[in-house]
Write a protein that binds this ligand. Structure first.
Ligand code: DGJ
Length: 403
């Protein structure tokens, strides 16, 4: 090799190094600018718009709930993926952290689906509406969710539980159940019990008795599932003032919502439960307590399509519950949906503000079943008018609304 060839090679190497350094430098600058843009503080809520996390990615926490813990908010929800099968659990339950409710930091996957085909939470199962409570006595974070076994559609109607030592997880899946096997609801009426007993003995229920029972068909499902445990689909959790926890879930083929006391460790059902509103066809429960009253927000049944929101009120969480008017008001200008379609959304959680007791944000999902990952969040302030919830559409709003 000649002297000149060597020099030439050296120059080539140097210019390659230069090129590499310049490209890396430009990439670094672009990345930092992007990150800075992604990190731009958001100080208002823009219902149904894209909502970016600290990485600049649309938040992926659908059917979610928020845990308030030591001054921070932890938003748990279904991690969806793109496309029509995106509603299935391919990844797990996602968690985000915030201190101001508008800027959310991605804290990763709190509960991962399993690669083991035999696991109940194997990839491709359905995991919906995860919610988390902190148990003061055990010091554990307890997550419950609606679980459908892989390949069985929505037939299994089970609820799963997982625990963690830290709010963000990792959560360890413990088991799934059909709640309250061999227990009767504590609010069963004399006539319902009479009919239930006849059903259990496989005897004919007289027509007159049938006609006297509100939501009779639903009672037949309660009886059918008495021995094996009750169906549990759309769900939420609630921790009461005394530290007792309750799970609310759509049961009896989605005809009746149950409210069930959990045992003290929050890991199982106590057998003490009510049928909230027999034959009421309630899904998507979200609950709040304020000034001596429990407020419940639900939807009707129409799959991923929106319907009208409903509200109920009670002095005790185990009832009796009274049905009130649809709490929603106004129109979402983007889709033209108003109160009869809940702005295109479906309730998922009533978020209690940590520094403003008695104030709540109503969280709804705007589902996009054809491209599940693009589902949007509708967060709106809850007003109490004569002690009753009112949720009015806002194009954008901020927390000063509560002042
Ligand atoms: C409505 C429920 O509220 C959702 O969580 C989901 O289960 C869909 N139905 C499935 O169609």
């Amino acid at each position: 090799m000649s002297f000149f060839t060597n020099i030439n090679k050296m120059f080539k190497k140097i210019s390659l190094y230069r090129l590499f350094s310049i490209v890396s430098f430009v990439m670094l600058i672009t990345l930092s600018v992007n990150k800075a843009q992604a990190l731009e503080e958001v100080d208002d809520f823009q219902p149904a718009k894209l909502w970016k996390d600290d990485n600049g990615v649309h938040i992926n926490a659908h059917g979610g709930g928020v845990l308030n813990h030591e001054g921070k908010y932890y938003w748990f929800g279904e991690h969806k993926v793109a496309g029509k099968t995106g509603n299935k659990a391919h990844v797990g339950v996602h968690v985000y952290i915030s201190e101001n409710l508008t800027n959310w930091k991605d804290a990763g996957i709190a509960l991962k689906v399993s690669d083991d085909a035999k696991s109940e939470i194997t990839k491709g199962a359905i995991i919906e509406r995860p919610k988390v409570l902190f148990n003061e006595t055990t010091g554990k974070f307890v997550m419950w969710f609606h679980l459908e076994l892989k390949g069985q559609g929505y037939k299994a109607a089970r609820t799963g539980v997982a625990v963690a030592d830290k709010p963000t997880g990792p959560y360890r899946f413990i088991k799934s159940v059909r709640p309250n096997a061999k227990h009767l609801p504590i609010n069963i009426t004399a006539q319902e019990k009479q009919a239930f007993e006849l059903m259990q003995q496989e005897k004919e229920v007289p027509e007159k008795l049938k006609n006297n029972i509100k939501g009779y068909k639903s009672l037949t499902f309660l009886s059918r599932d008495f021995t094996g445990g009750q169906m549990a689909r759309d769900m939420t959790l609630f921790k009461d003032k005394d530290g007792k926890a309750y799970q609310l879930y759509s049961s009896e083929e989605n005809q009746t919502l149950h409210i069930s006391l959990l045992n003290d460790d929050y890991l199982s059902h106590s057998g003490r439960f009510i049928r909230m509103y027999s034959g009421g066809q309630d899904e998507a429960p979200a609950i709040a307590y304020r000034a001596g009253q429990y407020h419940l927000l639900t939807s009707g049944l129409s799959g991923w399509k929106p319907n009208a929101a409903k509200q109920y009120i009670a002095k005790h969480i185990l009832g009796p519950w009274n049905k009130l008017n649809n709490p929603t008001l106004g129109i979402n200008p983007e889709n033209g949906f108003g109160a009869n379609k809940t702005f295109g959304g479906q309730s998922t959680h009533l978020l209690a503000l940590q520094n403003k007791p008695g104030h709540f944000i109503a969280m709804f999902d705007l589902w996009r079943p054809d491209n599940a990952i693009d589902g949007r969040y509708i967060w709106l302030p809850v007003e109490f008018v004569d002690g009753v919830m009112r949720i009015t559409w806002q194009d954008n709003w901020d927390l000063s609304i509560f002042e």
